[in-house]
Design a protein around this ligand. Structure first.
Ligand SMILES: Cc1ncc(COP(=O)(O)O)c(C=O)c1O
Length: 432
């Protein structure tokens, strides 16, 4: 469960450093210093991961939320075996496969518009790009309104709307869309609901905004949960000015925060919904689901499509259907809400009085523990790993320990994490 790095991880870490783009080693050094122990993962079962040295970890990150049902869930394995034995690749958007048709129907049915349409993509960034293009075609406008602290992926279209970290945009600033505007996100950096909505209203008044792009809960930005009315108000303001609303549910959707799409659950009439991460249960697939009216924009231009070789690949489609069916059949959305609430209470109790704690917050099984400084979060995460807990950092400053475990994670080990975190934070204080 615990221990100093042993030779296989160390050796693979050194081989990695010789061949991987240096951005990642550079980032690891910035966050954790030179002596962060490399962890090289080898296998997983449920919410348990094993590294190449046989050390066990409780997986509290689940591949940034991608492994929605846990590693090796039988429903996903069955779907992959069945589809894999028949057809692994079709012919994209030229000749569909039965797996793709069935997934499109399942996804379209998530949207309240009975004639909703779906664009499949491969990553979250790809789905957001599809949504931005859709909004632009539907409205004939170039502008995009995004939020401070928001993260939508790092392809060029979503990067322009990345309010999460200015340093991600800065080197490419001249190549990014000049038509993106930012508004404060309620609850982030002291911004209130009224202030955020007033900024949204001001930007929309220009008449140039095609879409407001919003995360129903700011994920990487630190698990910031706005009031439910925020999304409804946003839709009212946007629709009044002829703009669409794109809900980026890539982290919040598919049960993680309590419903298939949080925006729709709070009855916000969003036009486009992006899903990704957990959709493929670990396989890369994402989707942009839109009202028929918004999607008809694609027919108004000359020949124009958004596609790629692997979009709608049958293996990923089969996995995605299995994921959605399992979330429903096992009642995982409701479980996420209940278990997430118990986890937050447990964390609040265990961390009560710690000088390092700023806040515990989240929705369902997307939980953030804000600490006093980015360095505390980095040290806590490194120490947690040596105690057998894997989580990731978040927050605009990097001061939030972020938990997005599989929705199937067992309760007892999850709740035990709270005591481990307390012990780790106490140790950080003792070390000075
Ligand atoms: C809300 C949200 N949107 C989009 C993305 C980008 O997804 P991907 O990394 O698959 O491109 C992420 C990734 O963290 C995300 O959290």
């Amino acid at each position: 469960v615990t221990g100093a790095p042993t030779s296989r991880s160390q050796a693979l870490g050194e081989r990695l450093a010789r061949v991987e783009c240096p951005a990642f080693a550079h980032r690891r050094r910035l966050r954790a210093g030179d002596d962060a122990a490399p962890i090289v993962l080898a296998s997983g079962h449920g919410s348990i991961l094993l590294d190449v040295d046989g050390r066990r970890y409780l997986d509290l990150a689940a591949g940034f939320g991608a492994v929605l049902l846990g590693h090796g869930h039988p429903a996903v394995r069955r779907a992959l075996e069945e589809q894999g034995s028949r057809l692994v690749q079709g012919l994209g958007d030229v000749h569909a496969t039965d797996a793709k048709v069935e997934l499109l129907e399942t996804l379209a049915a998530l949207h309240p518009d009975p004639r909703a349409k779906v664009l499949l993509a491969q990553s979250g960034a790809d789905a957001v790009t599809a949504a931005i293009k859709t909004a632009s075609l539907a409205t004939g406008r170039d502008g995009l309104l995004a939020f401070e602290g928001a993260y939508h992926g790092l392809g060029y279209a979503p990067l322009a709307a990345c309010g999460f970290r200015a340093s991600f945009r800065a080197p490419f600033a001249a190549q990014l869309s000049a038509h993106v505007r930012f508004a404060p996100f309620p609850g982030l950096g002291g911004a209130g609901l009224d202030e955020a909505l007033a900024a949204v209203e001001r930007h929309l008044a220009s008449g140039a905004i095609a879409a407001v792009l919003v995360e129903p809960v700011l994920g990487r930005g630190g698990c910031v949960v706005p009031p439910d009315s925020f999304l409804r108000d946003l839709c009212a303001l946007a629709h009044r000015e002829g703009a669409l609303v794109v809900a980026d549910e890539i982290w919040t959707g598919l049960g993680r925060t309590g419903s298939m799409a949080r925006s729709l659950a709070v009855e916000a009439p969003v036009d486009l919904v992006c899903l990704g991460k957990g959709l493929g249960g670990g396989l890369p697939i994402s989707a942009c689901i839109g009202s028929d009216e918004a999607m008809q924009g694609w027919t108004r231009a000359g020949e124009v499509i958004h596609t790629s070789t692997h979009a709608g690949a049958p293996l990923a489609c089969a996995a995605a259907r299995a994921v959605i069916e399992t979330v429903r059949a096992e009642g995982l959305a409701a479980r996420a809400v209940e278990l997430g609430a118990r986890l937050c209470r447990r964390l609040e109790d265990a961390l009560d009085g710690s000088a390092k704690l700023r806040a515990v917050r989240g929705a369902g099984l997307l939980v953030g523990i804000e600490l006093d400084a980015p360095a505390t979060a980095a040290r806590a995460l490194a120490r947690l790993a040596t105690r057998g807990y894997l989580a990731v950092s978040g927050g605009v400053l990097g001061d939030v320990v972020t938990l997005s475990p599989a929705l199937t994670i067992e309760e007892a080990p999850l709740l035990a994490f709270a005591d481990a975190l307390r012990a780790v934070l106490d140790a950080v204080i003792d070390e000075g």
